[in-house]
Design a protein. Structure first.
Length: 555
């Protein structure tokens, strides 16, 4: 991205961005009224027809003094202009959050009809996303900014749609279900309520442009909060379009602010607006900084160095190899849940597993985006990491380790073939090597190690020393083996059994790190309640006072 010069404050102008789904939708379903005009398709966004992304504050879409230009990750062409708010322009966002009281926009004692409103909004948005033309629009828009295969991008749209279905009807008010406990005397009862934080912030990364922001945003809204949302500018166009869709479905325009800015500006906004809670999804480095800056008023979905252990029972080698390939290399390894290290029992080492993973990885092609640009690590950095690993005694390149061929991916991004490097277990555990081997490379890159029966404690030791505990997989149907590994590890989302995978963040199970009191979750009712509400206890004590009551002695 680079900056365009010149200040053009163009508040309240009609958006000029492409919303292909909208055109299709309005022409095929004429009963649905709409309030904005669009003119190009996701495929047509280009250097000659750049799309624009705006900000939303205090109910108004706005532009800014600064335009950042996003380059097409596949060819380097400037194709999206993002109106980026700079540090001197954050005041309207600060004021907007200040307007929201700590008790939120709704709670069980205030505007409870809003719980039902969000049930209705969710139902309508789920319906819209289920329409083939709408889901195709979002799928292709995701592909343009965070290149991944059609199926992987569609998966995001599908999970988002199912999530919205899950919280339709009365399900939003059920999130705020309370409980009561009888008191010590007549007239006393204690009630536990789920209470909003009021003004809140959501910061999300580039890799899931739709799913992560929508699921967290809706969770925040359901519980009665007013969020300011900041998505990585590279992919913000997707969420900008989704907000317009949510407005069509009845979301009040003042309920969410949407800001495009760099990390430094967002940091400043958080310090000045003082949201009561911030949900941060992204790297551990920024997560730790914000935890300090915000004095702990934060929940985190941070980095993943995700592990998979193949147990002693070798079964279904083709299936396990396919899951390994998907876990490590789908979305070019840019899932926070991607398989970063594979510990295989020596029995698997004697099977054709690695050869099969190599063959599957070799099927991946740039032209269908089953492999593609890496948006936060350059080719040079990934190859340098590989070279450092290969200096460890006994390590070897299993496959990959080269730049992609015949590509036009710009040099600011990465482009390497799916890569696997073998490192001996004893070497991984050495202090000099451990940090290097367990460094998260957010690209198509994995470490492979082998262990013998009596070396399982060494594998468990390697897990114990990791700093992030997001996803994990234990591939075995040996129940005693599973018990042993589960009982001695902590990852928040752990798949176990023959079909175990590290990736997979559907709407039907919890996804998030464990072992960290700051850890957040996403997707399920438990995640929403934990992240977006706090406990409030109201103790009713209305009497009557016993008729023979007398003032007792002081205590
Ligand atoms: N745990 C999860 O659920 C999850 C999901 C997706 C990605 N991730 C992690 O995210 C990382 C990749 O994403 P990334 O490289 O975009 O992460 P990142 O930390 O660089 O950026 C994440 C977001 O934070 C913003 N940001 C940067 N500095 C900031 C600051 N000082 N104050 C406020 N906001 C700031 C960025 O603009 C972006 O929107 C990986 O480590 C991956 O594992 C985790």
């Amino acid at each position: 991205m680079y900056r365009l010069k010149g200040c053009r404050e163009l508040r309240n102008r009609a958006p000029q961005i492409a919303i292909n789904w909208f055109n299709t939708f309005s022409s095929s379903r004429s009963t649905h009224s709409v309030s904005f005009v669009t003119n190009i398709t996701a495929e047509d966004i280009s250097g000659s027809r750049p799309a624009e992304v705006q900000n939303l504050v205090q109910g108004k879409w706005t532009r800014s003094c600064n335009w950042n230009t996003v380059v097409d990750p596949l060819n380097g062409e400037s194709f999206i202009k993002v109106a980026e708010v700079n540090e001197r322009e954050i005041q309207p966002f600060v004021e907007s959050l200040y307007k929201c009281p700590k008790h939120g926009l709704h709670n069980p004692f205030k505007s409870p009809e809003r719980y039902l409103m969000f049930g209705d909004i969710s139902a309508k948005a789920a319906h819209l996303l289920s329409l083939p033309e709408v889901s195709d629009f979002f799928t292709k828009l995701i592909q343009r900014v965070a290149p991944k295969s059609y199926q992987q991008a569609f998966g995001e749209v599908y999970v988002t749609q199912k999530f919205l279905e899950n919280f339709s009807g009365d399900q939003v008010r059920f999130l705020a279900r309370s409980f009561a406990v009888p008191g010590n005397h007549l007239g006393q009862q204690s009630h536990g309520f789920r209470w909003p934080y009021g003004p809140v912030a959501i910061v999300t990364p580039f890799n899931f442009p739709l799913e992560i922001p929508v699921l967290q945003l809706m969770g925040a809204l359901y519980m009665g909060n007013k969020p300011v949302l900041k998505v990585d500018s590279k992919v913000a166009i997707v969420m900008e379009q989704m907000l317009r869709l949510l407005h069509e479905c009845g979301l009040p325009v003042e309920d969410v602010d949407f800001i495009n800015c760099d990390g430094k500006t967002m940091n400043k906004l958080l310090l000045e607006a003082k949201p009561r809670m911030t949900l941060f999804t992204g790297s551990s480095r920024i997560a730790d900084k914000l935890a300090v800056d915000l004095k702990g008023r934060i929940k985190l979905e941070d980095a993943g160095f995700d592990w998979k252990i193949l147990g002693p029972d070798v079964l279904e080698v083709d299936y396990v190899a396919w899951v390994c390939d998907q876990d490590a290399y789908a979305c070019s390894g840019q899932k926070c849940s991607a398989q970063s290290i594979l510990f295989m029992h020596e029995n698997w080492g004697r099977s054709p597993l690695i050869a099969k993973i190599k063959d599957l990885a070799a099927r991946r092609k740039l032209n269908d985006l089953t492999i593609g640009p890496v948006l936060t690590v350059t080719t040079e950095a990934m190859l340098e990491h590989k070279n450092k690993l290969l200096q460890i005694p006994g390590s070897k390149l299993l496959f990959g380790g080269e730049e992609l061929e015949n590509h036009s991916i710009p040099a600011i991004y990465g482009a390497i073939k799916p890569t696997a490097v073998f490192v001996p277990l004893e070497e991984i555990l050495k202090d000099d090597n451990y940090e290097l081997v367990t460094k998260e490379i957010f690209g198509p890159f994995q470490i492979v190690a082998e262990y013998k029966d009596n070396q399982l404690p060494m594998v468990l030791n390697a897990l114990e020393r990791m700093h992030a505990h997001l996803t994990a997989a234990v591939v075995s149907n040996d129940v005693l083996f599973l018990q042993d590994v589960i009982g001695k590890s902590v990852n928040g989302t752990t798949y176990v059994g023959l079909r175990a995978r590290t990736t997979g963040a559907p709407q039907n199970h919890w996804f998030g790190p464990a072992g960290d009191p700051r850890g957040a979750g996403i997707g399920t009712p438990e995640a929403i309640k934990l992240v977006w509400s706090c406990h409030r206890e109201i103790i009713y004590d209305v009497g009557p006072i016993p008729h023979n009551w007398e003032i007792p002695p002081s205590t």
